[in-house]
Write a protein that binds this ligand. Structure first.
Ligand SMILES: NC(=O)c1ccc[n+]([C@@H]2O[C@H](COP(=O)([O-])OP(=O)(O)OC[C@H]3O[C@@H](n4cnc5c(N)ncnc54)[C@H](OP(=O)(O)O)[C@@H]3O)[C@@H](O)[C@H]2O)c1
Length: 419
């Protein structure tokens, strides 16, 4: 009989975490949940704990329930001797230290939390190598590339990341300015968490995947192409030196890449996963991406190519800006302007340490928060990155929330007065 894999899920209360638990429930003979960690959604975490009975758990706020299991930090859970595979399904930078802890303990890491590779790809890949730990991607596009590379000895010549284009791919600039939160949260083909749904609509998410692919598969950015494929059936493709192209196709459902990582190197039947019905697929379409209309994509690709602390600044600025958009403080097109301005003001550090990455992250958050206080007038100058750096790992100040008027927050003229 096959050995049962012991799984810890960090971010179990989120979209990926819940779907990972669905897969585990469907294949319960093969997996045992030994650790669960959530953030603030204690009600759901309590329910999950009651159902899966893990031996350890964590929440970012003090639990309001009692449970016989051990309350440990996410780093302790990720590196615990009882864990075979840890799913990092947290968001933002929450997964950074737990991922490093898991890798240093030689664990297999199934990674969804894309900011981990975006912010610290070089460090993460280096640590995985030195501790002989595996990183298995959960993102559907990266899983597709990984699946296409199975059994191949030669490096791919090109990879094609497919993008649905999101709900607004054919919108004009004036139409994009009027996009509402409700419209942006309605993705045409995928059901995902709120933040990644907005990143898919701005296409920043596709640039994020290019950065992830660059680190995970050691592929130069020049060999990564992005194709609009509205049906989201081909999840990505790999081209080899003889011109042959392999693609991975499936119904767009995140449970499949999650299951592939959990079961790897096996494939297991799961009757709950939907199948493609070829009678219903009339065509598979492709078109080149128009980067000019979706500046977040270019910003992400450029930040990835620049490397150093730039991708961390991209992640942080985007996270705060997307939060503003979700709270209806800025327009959809302001997200790109804010991210661009923050990147332009950043003085990057090449090959940064983890501490320098986190300082860059804190700087970018504070920078965007201060922009939001400007109201189009002069506002106190955010400290330039270099002085933040020399003062050590200072947390950003807890700034009061201002309200940006549409299109105002990142005008060049404002920023000149900001500096
Ligand atoms: N959703 C998708 O389809 C998809 C696809 C590919 C990649 N990803 C990536 O996977 C990651 C997760 O995405 P998601 O859509 O599942 O996000 P989500 O629904 O927002 O879930 C995030 C999870 O992380 C937890 N969390 C956040 N901050 C935490 C902290 N400081 N300590 C402990 N737990 C914390 C949340 O807990 P609470 O909710 O309890 O506060 C929640 O469980 C993201 O990096 C995303 O880009 C997602």
């Amino acid at each position: 009989m096959d050995r049962i894999k012991k799984i810890a899920i960090l971010g179990s209360t989120g979209s990926i975490g819940r779907q990972a638990l669905d897969v585990i429930r469907a294949l319960s003979a093969r997996f045992q949940v030994v650790g669960l960690a959530g953030g603030k959604n204690l009600k759901l975490l309590e329910k999950q704990i009651a159902k899966f009975q893990p031996e350890m758990f964590y929440s970012s706020v003090e639990p309001d329930f009692t449970y016989r299991g051990e309350f440990l930090s996410m780093e302790q859970i990720a590196s615990h001797p009882d864990v075979d595979l840890v799913i990092i399904a947290t968001s933002s930078k929450a997964g950074l230290y737990p991922t490093l802890a898991a890798l240093k303990a030689g664990k297999t890491v199934a990674l969804a939390n894309k900011e981990v590779l975006m912010m610290a790809g070089e460090i993460i890949v280096r640590e995985a190598k030195s501790y002989q730990a595996q990183i298995l991607p959960i993102d559907s596009e990266l899983s597709a590339i990984w699946q296409c590379l199975q059994g191949e000895e030669n490096k791919p010549q090109r990879i094609f990341l497919t993008a649905s284009g999101g709900p607004f791919y054919h919108y004009s600039q004036p139409e994009l300015r009027k996009v509402t939160v409700e419209q942006a949260l309605h993705h045409p083909t995928w059901k995902m968490g709120r933040k990644i749904t907005i990143d898919s609509a701005t296409l920043l998410n596709k640039g994020a995947e290019a950065i992830e692919a660059h680190w995970l598969f050691a592929i130069p950015f020049e060999s990564i192409e992005i194709l609009i494929h509205p049906q989201s059936i081909i999840h990505s493709m790999v081209e080899f030196m003889d011109g042959s192209i392999k693609a991975q196709l499936s119904f767009p459902d995140m449970r499949l890449p999650i299951q592939y990582a959990l079961c790897y190197p096996e494939r297991l039947p799961n009757s709950e996963l939907p199948r493609l019905n070829w009678n219903k697929i009339q065509s598979l379409n492709f078109e080149p991406v128009e980067q000019n209309r979706f500046p977040c994509l270019k910003l992400a690709l450029d930040a990835g190519k620049q490397g150093g602390t730039y991708p961390a600044v991209l992640c942080a600025a985007d996270e705060v800006a997307v939060g503003f958009f979700l709270n209806k403080r800025i327009s959809f097109t302001d997200i790109a302007r804010i991210v661009q301005e923050t990147l332009e003001q950043h003085r990057g550090i090449a090959q940064p340490s983890l501490e320098e990455i986190l300082i860059a992250d804190a700087w970018a958050r504070e920078y965007v928060e201060r922009l939001s206080l400007c109201h189009g007038k002069a506002c106190p100058a955010p400290e330039p990155f270099a002085s933040c750096h020399s003062e050590g790992a200072k947390r950003p100040k807890n700034l009061a929330q201002g309200k940006l008027r549409e299109g105002e927050g990142t005008r060049r003229s404002n920023l000149r007065s900001v500096r």
